[in-house]
Design a protein around this ligand. Sequence first.
Ligand SMILES: [Zn+2]
Length: 386
Amino acid sequence: MSEAALDPAALAAALIRRPSVTPRDEGALDVVAAALERLGFTCHRLVFGGDGSGRVHNLYARRGSGRPNLCFAGHTDVVPTGGAEAWSFDPFGATVRDGALCGRGAVDMKGAIAAFIAAAQSYLDERGPGFTGSISLLITGDEEGAAINGTCRVLDWLTEHGEILDACLVGEPTSAQALGDMIKIGRRGSMTGRLTVHGVQGHTAYPHLADNAAHRLVAMLHALTTTEIDRGSEHFQPSTLQVSTIDIGNPASNVIPATAHAVINIRFNDRWTSEMLKSRLAEQLDMVGGRYTLDTSVSGESFLVSPGTLSDRLAEAIRRVTGRTPEFSTTGGTSDARFIQAHCPVVEFGLVGLTMHKVDERVELADLADLTQIYRTFLGLYFDHS
Ligand SMILES: [Zn+2]
């Protein structure tokens, strides 16, 4: 392998020019696969889901057949621009301005994918035929969406095909203010509850003949929002419950409503499973009493990958390149790491997330170069311990 060194900024720009808003691919994975095939990776294009808009494009690529197999996981899909006219540049133009590469996906997370591929090239070139492990990439086109036909399905495919991941680095933008200040070693779980309270309709002048669903809903939400769920744990913030909406939609001021609805969202730490939380909710709602239904959906359980070799090596790589000591955090929303952690130890580290999902998303070119160096150093520490 004596290819010219791959420029992560050029590769990131090529990816940004593909407007791959979930679940559209628009050729983004072609760009990734072409870069990887040049480096000797075997690429598997995995398309899951029905025809049309539900169809999700994914990629699993591997170089080498030995162990350990270190996997980099990420996504080429991006969130919508929210109206391109609000942007100071074309969201899919990959403009370079004031030392930053600008466009949707620059930090979340086309930049990190480009950085990892450049790092892999540099590492593989240096090791040459002496490298006996494997480097793989699991890239999905459905992280920002339902995440049903993305990472989950690819992991099933890997299991079916006897592919084993020994460790995984997820390239989400975990840095908070400066590159290297934070890595994620776990994530909180997320559960949504749709609560419907059933009462008896009536005239507001005759409340003794009715059962006001709105009053009971208010009492239930009061109970849920004024009690502490927990005080956090060693690596997690306290669990939180937020009311997302309250809907009664009663147009008449003299009618007592028969039904009232609310949606709550709970972000929970490793003291809870979603099953435990459901029992707790039922207890609290039963205390208020009356007829109600609660439908819950869980987008992810909480998980923690206890700090250990993988996170220590990543932290060491970050220190060597940036001089910073990263905080080991479990804050923020869910990520595809929630699926991968069932297969192998996983850590998450990537660019500064300040502009992600926002208008004028951008990555400093200096950060992109440093991230490439960090990933490169991490590969050396992971495979060669040096
Ligand atoms: Zn992301």
